[in-house]
Design a protein around this ligand. Sequence first.
Ligand code: NIG
Ligand code: FE
Length: 403
Amino acid sequence: MTRLLVRDLAQLATPAGTDAPLRGSDLGSVDVIEDAFVLCADGRIEAVGRMADLPPPDGDVEELDGRGRSAIPGLVDCHTHACFAGDRVEEFSLRSGGATYEELNAAGGGILSTVGATRGAGEAGLRDALDRHRGWMLAAGTTTFEAKSGYGLDRGTELAQLRAIRDAGGVPTWLGAHAVPPEFDTADEYLDFALAEVLPEAATIAEAADVFLERGAFDAAQARRYLEACAADGLALRLHGDQFTEAGAIPLAVELGARSVDHLEATGPAGVAVVARSDVTGVLLPASALFLDRPMPPARALLEAGAALALATDFNPGSAFCESLPLVCSLACTQLGLSPPQALSACTVNGAHVVGRADTKGRLAPGYDADIVLLDAPDWRHLAYHLGGPVVSEVIVGGERWR
Ligand code: NIG
Ligand code: FE
């Protein structure tokens, strides 16, 4: 049996566990143990506690010195578009000169330029690109990641994206309704094709479906048609909603029992109240708001109204070229009004609920997967405090030291 003991940690922090995402004032329910250890066996956590209560050694155990460091659960990034080829540095440069994201998308750049690069990369090239991005995410402490298709928008490339994500250990989401590709004149014609030709096989690989419900992408009626067909094939539902305009994503998410509605930068008080009363988790993506110079989502209002919230990077080449959840936690604490414990729960246990992994991911407790991040600081709140710095000092995945 392979065992790993992380000992003499200055602190260990783990969110509370429940059967449902933490919401409202419970979001900050984080237990902190000083002078702590974590014992892992066969990829799982066997015990967590104070050094004074460490059981006597029994059999072969590899030891890892935690002095001066703190431990948190491996981070869970529940919203990324990490499976893409190429980059959009040229577009970034144009945006810095005043062009807007929506203008670039409407002019056939934006998402469609990454569709071109992704279609052209071939399956092997796409897998290499995803591996590279996966390495960046792991270095930043993400041990569980969701990733969406949506840069193929043809049968072969959408399915290749989903297989690549699954084979890289990610949670695949079919974002078949991301944009209308150039071969189709209308969104409805494209959806006819996607639902008839891609969904049947996509549903055997993906765990969820997602749609970009927005002016210039898919409207509420089209999103409903797409999501209802995906649900009928067994997929959980997610929505990109209220990124630029309130176009009906929140009521649709609630009506269809979606797992999450993501973005919410444009959500007003009525939408806040609807999310808060529902079981739909609001996934906040402050790196995307920052990167596009958009308003931040109304996180405090959502929290005070009792909503379940998660945080994610939205890592993609256009609206958020950012793979770092620690940076997202810094933004959550400085821009969204969340506390460090609220930020931690939002990108661990609540992210795990959004991707259907809450029984094994997102907490440091016996029986959970031994995914652990060691921070290079004796106080775990440096996770959010160290703005963009090298705060992650070691990443343990399934009880094994990564790198
Ligand atoms: O979540 N807004 C839609 N989709 C992504 C961006 C994709 C892209 O720009 O390549 C988002 O922001
Ligand atoms: Fe996104």
